[in-house]
Design a protein around this ligand. Structure first.
Ligand code: AMP
Length: 548
């Protein structure tokens, strides 16, 4: 017997409708590429989104068509999110930091019909021109006054101006109704091996993810909050913020291209930001800026940090010096992206401040709607004891089932029980808190034991002279591999190899202490701000450890 409740489909357009109807006066503020701040209300945004949706229909964009974006966090990008998905087409966000060949591969693989591009990125699409095989038009996300010279690209692909394109369109549209399992957006993984792979989100998965990331123990946003997503809209939908913020009527501040500590501090104080989200490197920059300038963040209560392991130095720095709580979360493109968030359980209020900070190093508990387990190499589930580590497996309402047009995995990417192997190695403790020890391919295999690089990096990062740290395995004749610590020193700081190695005493088991330290000027970062261990391994391919 079926229930007798309404079968309203979970569609992204319903978020916008709700937001404009009940929070029409709420603001969206953007630091623009053209210069200056742009501000308007949810009600204004809805009108322009409807104009853009009408323009897309006029251009012939249909249900299931892919519309690419190469853009930073700003109001026009936000409008494209809702206009494309609203009419049933797919918002395909592309990372502009990728190499041009990767961008061309992704656009062609996704068969994008149109590309929307931010003004300062225009040279990228101009250079790719004829390599974009399926693109019927490029839309430059600016007004007529700021349009670049488009003569070169126009010879092969029509080029439109965003503001001109939408100017004469009606400010209303009747959003179509369709199955909630319809695809809504597409994001390619930043995979370090093989070609990038497309993760195709649905309206249903996006809405359920947005609900879940809203719960009190997740990353809650309210109508009195102001959120600044530093996490880019081109990377897994800015962790869902453009959807979750509108569900609650939260003020949004889009930072554009200025994500340095000084610019973030100014925007956070000017706009009274209460919550912000991003990867650890951003927060290290901000912390350093605050310390050097003596400025404070007057309204910020919480940072959600994920995308890479958040070091203790950030958690303690913001907690002790600025009274801002750092909430550690974990996820991945294949998970929409959030899987776990570290919120306390009853009884933890008795922990000392230091115990609490250390506990924040864990990536957190599973949100409702997401399931996880760790398994050994034979597929057996490992106990939740905080010690046994193995492959982290995922399943749930917003977990990938297969990649988009995937030729590389003919047998699929799930096991018989629909578990997806995340490629991460983790432990889960008695209370259900998961902690990532490494990526499977980065784990250091030393004499039959595994050493996770994240723990070793965290210790190094808590040394006052260390700005950045990475640990990789170096081949060793006796132990297979041994850890090498690679360090960028803070400007003006002095520290020796011996200082750093003895800094590990008492913090981790002796046999895990790195065998050597290499000082470098910079550590290579990938397109999403994560350390490129593959590059480091190439760089140190001929490195001889003193212990070898
Ligand atoms: P991406 O799909 O590019 O977002 O990358 C996802 C990967 O980033 C995960 O599989 C993890 O390896 C890593 N990651 C994300 N969040 C964290 C975190 N809080 N701690 C450690 N690694 C993380």
């Amino acid at each position: 017997m079926l229930g007798l409740m309404q079968k309203k489909q979970l569609l992204i357009s319903s978020i916008l409708t709700h937001a404009a109807a009940h929070h029409g006066e709420q603001e969206i503020v953007s630091n623009t590429i053209e210069g200056g701040m742009h501000r308007y209300t949810y009600a204004d945004a809805e009108k322009r989104i409807m104009q853009l949706a009408n323009a897309l229909v006029r251009l012939g964009v249909k249900l299931g068509d892919r519309v690419g974006t190469l853009a930073w966090n700003g109001y026009r990008h936000f409008e494209i999110y809702y206009a494309t998905s609203g009419i049933g087409s797919i918002c395909h966000t592309i990372n502009p930091r990728l190499f041009p060949e990767q961008v061309a591969y992704i656009v062609n693989h996704a068969a994008d019909q149109y590309i929307f591009i931010d003004l300062n990125l225009y040279p990228l699409v101009e250079a790719l021109g004829a390599h974009l095989k399926t693109v019927k038009g490029v839309v430059v996300m600016t007004d007529k006054a700021h349009m670049p010279d488009t003569a070169k690209l126009s010879a092969t692909i029509p080029v439109h101006c965003y503001e001109t394109l939408i100017a004469d369109e009606p400010e209303t549209i009747a959003w179509p109704d369709f199955d909630e399992n319809t695809a809504s957006s597409l994001c390619y993984t930043s995979g370090t091996t093989g070609n990038p792979k497309g993760v195709l989100y649905s309206h249903r998965s996006t809405l359920l993810h947005a609900y879940a990331t809203h719960m009190t123990d997740s990353s809650p946003l309210g109508a009195a909050d102001c959120v600044l997503p530093v996490v880019p809209m081109f990377h897994v939908n800015a962790w869902g913020v453009p959807y979750s913020a509108l569900m609650s009527g939260t003020k949004i501040v889009f930072p554009g291209i200025q994500m340095d500590g000084g610019s973030l501090t100014k925007m956070m104080n000017d706009e009274k930001v209460t919550c912000s989200l991003g990867v650890p490197t951003i927060w290290l920059g901000l912390l350093q800026h605050l310390r050097e300038s003596g400025q404070r963040l007057e309204t910020v209560k919480r940072f959600l940090i994920g995308g890479a392991a958040c070091p203790l130095a950030i958690i303690e720095g913001f907690g002790k010096e600025y009274d801002i709580s750092v909430v550690h979360g974990w996820g991945m493109t294949e998970l929409s992206p959030v899987g776990t968030i570290n919120a306390p359980k009853a009884g933890m209020e008795k922990m000392s401040a230091d115990e609490k900070y250390r506990h924040q190093l864990k990536q957190g508990r599973a949100l409702f709607g997401y399931e996880m387990k760790v398994i050994d190499d034979d597929g057996n589930a490992l106990p939740h004891d905080g010690k046994s580590f193995g492959r982290l497996m995922s399943r749930g309402y917003w977990v990938v089932s297969e990649y988009f047009n995937d030729d590389e995995n003919p047998d699929g990417i799930l096991d018989d029980d629909n578990w997806f192997d995340t490629g991460d190695v983790a432990t889960i403790d008695e209370r259900g808190y998961m902690q990532i020890t490494d990526r499977t391919k980065d784990v250091i295999k030393s004499g039959g034991e595994w050493i996770g690089s994240i723990d070793l990096e965290n210790v190094a990062l808590s040394h006052p002279a260390v700005a950045q740290a990475a640990v990789i395995g170096i081949p060793h004749p006796k132990w297979d591999e041994r850890p090498l610590l690679i360090v960028v020193k803070k400007p003006g700081a002095e520290v020796t190899r011996e200082d750093l190695l003895s800094f590990y005493d008492g913090k981790i088991a002796k046999w895990m202490v790195p065998d050597d330290v290499a000082f470098v000027d910079e550590i290579p970062l990938g397109a999403t701000g994560k350390i490129l261990k593959t590059k480091l391994r190439e760089q140190f391919a001929d490195y001889k450890l003193p212990t070898a």
